[in-house]
Design a binder for this molecule. Sequence first.
Ligand SMILES: CC(C)(COP(=O)(O)OP(=O)(O)OC[C@H]1O[C@@H](n2cnc3c(N)ncnc32)[C@H](O)[C@@H]1OP(=O)(O)O)[C@@H](O)C(=O)NCCC(=O)NCCS
Length: 183
Amino acid sequence: MEITYEPFEPAHAERLAAFLSGDTWPFHGADVVGEAEARRWVAEGRYDGPDNRAFWITVAGERAGLIRLMDLCDPTPLFDLRIRAGYRGRGLGGAAVVWLTGYVFTGFPDVRRIEGTTRQDNAAMRRAFRRGGYVKEAHHRGAWPSSDGRLHDAVGYAVLRDDWISGTTTPADWDDEPGAGDR
Ligand SMILES: CC(C)(COP(=O)(O)OP(=O)(O)OC[C@H]1O[C@@H](n2cnc3c(N)ncnc32)[C@H](O)[C@@H]1OP(=O)(O)O)[C@@H](O)C(=O)NCCC(=O)NCCS
C-alpha cells in the first residue's frame, strides 16, 4: 500500500468540505460535520497559514485521511487525525503519526515536543500514538463531552524531540507526590 502525504491548499476547500461531510467522525466533539461548517473552518485558516498546516493522506490516488497540525509557531504543536471509515484499521493512522512526527521535528527546529489528545475509549488512536513513540502524560476525568451528552475521560500523549532522536521513550513522573496514593 503506497501512502503519500499531499499538502492541503485553500483551493482544496470544496474537496475538504466533501471529505468532512461525507463521513462520520467518532471520538470528535461532533460526529458529523456540515459542508458549510467545513468551508468556514477553511476560511478561518484552520488548515493553512503560519501556525496551521494540513496534509491529505492519499492511497492509490484516493484521499483516505487528513492530518491537521496546529500551533506550529509554538514549541509544542498539536495534531488531529481523521481516516475515512473505509480505510480505518489498515495501518494508515499509525503510519501518519510516524510521518507527521518526523515532518514536524525535521522542518521546525524550535519544536521541542508534539502533543495530541483523544478520548479514553479511542483504542485505535491510543495505539497509533504509541506507534509514533508518544507517551501518555495526562488524564483528564470527564473532560470530553460527546454528542449524546455523556462526559468521557480524555487522555493526553506527547513525544519529546530528544526521545524521537534517540529512539527511546521517557516516562512521565507519575509518582512525584509521596504519600498521595494513601489518600
Ligand atoms: C483513530 C484513527 C486515526 C486511527 O487510524 P487507523 O488507520 O484506523 O489505525 P491503524 O490501522 O493505523 O491502527 C493503529 C493501531 O490501533 C489498532 N487498532 C485499529 N483499530 C482498532 C480498534 N477498532 N480497536 C482497537 N485497536 C485498533 C491497530 O491494530 C494498531 O495497533 P498496533 O500499532 O499495535 O498494530 C482512525 O481510526 C480514525 O480516524 N477514527 C475516527 C476519528 C478519530 O478517532 N480520530 C482521532 C481523534 S483524536
